[in-house]
Design a protein around this ligand. Structure first.
Ligand code: 8YV
Length: 317
């Protein structure tokens, strides 16, 4: 008999879904209108769960699944999973480390260039027929140069390093902060986030959000200053969103490129009217290449955990 898997988020790669369906009885929770009833109906048999990094899985749901052996996170952020509880229960919680590094770093640089060069605002200007109406070059304000910007990176993990490598290729001096200095990177460590912001033209967030809620607040944004840009491809809750909206509204910082938000899919409406803000719908890992690689890692993690082995990408076992 096939093992039963509870899937909390859709996977958009057909070949991965085909493999999941061939190997398991997949209970797709995200398709159900009465999720509680569906969980009650299938809970006893569920041996594995698949979820997204942002969605995670609640402790209450894990507690309802007595046969659960593995939670395969289709992402790298495990901040929405109670790892301490999983450890205590001997559940493997796995992630897709390494699969999404390049795409997330690409989007970080893309968001930064799009924001400081006003690319989305320029696109909207043309689509709205404004260029024809206002052909004079002064109709669009001059933008800012990315090459050579002082880039401050918050979180020097895989993604932070990939962002640093890309920015360095644009001639950007790189500083970073993390819990400690890394001896295997050539970039300058700055222990204090506010100091890093004050020494940066662009602050790029690439940190895990587990213990870092609201670290980018009014003080840090003030330190980043009127010429500074914020990019977030990590987690919305690293930022105090009300402080960010206030800093953008008052011109305290120059702009922001944001892929993640505190309460997705809800984005502060005040941002919609700001031409110095570039918005993405949590898309940094959303390429066919990366999502295929992530899906394969999810399959590998499920297979080894359900065979009684320790999955390579486990954080808890
Ligand atoms: C994904 C993410 O969008 O890796 C993460 O932690 O948030 C993203 O890569 C998400 O996990 C897709 O399910």
């Amino acid at each position: 008999m096939k093992a039963e898997i509870l899937q909390l988020n859709p996977i958009l790669i057909p070949s991965i879904n085909d493999k999941l369906n061939a190997l398991y009885t997949v209970r797709r929770l995200y398709e159900q209108s009465d999720k509680d009833a569906y969980v009650r109906q299938h809970a006893a048999a569920i041996r594995g769960a698949i979820t997204g990094g942002h969605t995670g899985i609640s402790r209450a749901l894990m507690e309802q699944l007595p046969a659960l052996q593995v939670v395969a996170v289709n992402g790298v952020g495990t901040d929405a999973v109670d790892l301490a509880y999983a450890r205590q229960r001997g559940l493997a919680v796995t992630a897709t480390f390494g699969a999404l590094t390049e795409d997330v770093a690409d989007l970080a640089i893309g968001l930064l260039i799009a924001t400081c060069r006003g690319m989305c605002a320029g696109d909207r200007f043309i689509r709205a027929g404004q260029w024809v109406k206002h052909p004079q070059p002064s109709a669009i304000p001059l933008a800012r140069r990315f090459a050579g910007m002082r880039v401050g990176i918050v979180g020097m993990g895989r993604v932070g390093r990939a962002i640093a490598t890309r920015a360095a290729a644009f001639g950007c001096p790189i500083r970073y902060t993390d819990l400690r200095a890394m001896d295997d990177v050539p970039w300058t460590f700055v222990a204090d986030l506010k100091q890093l912001a004050s020494e940066s033209d662009a602050l790029v967030l690439a940190a895990a959000a587990d213990n870092a809620e609201g670290i980018v607040d009014a003080g840090v944004l003030n330190a980043l200053g009127k010429g500074g840009f914020l990019v977030n491809i990590a987690r919305g809750r690293l930022v105090n969103e009300a402080d960010l909206v206030a800093a953008l509204s008052s011109g305290q910082i120059a702009g922001a490129g944001l892929d993640v938000f505190v309460d997705e899919p809800n984005v502060p409406p005040a941002l919609f009217a700001m031409d110095n803000v570039t918005l993405q719908a949590h898309r940094a890992s959303a390429t066919i290449e990366t999502r295929t690689a992530m899906g394969e890692m999810v399959l590998a993690s499920l297979a080894s955990a359900l065979a009684g082995q320790r999955p390579e990408m486990t954080l808890t076992t």
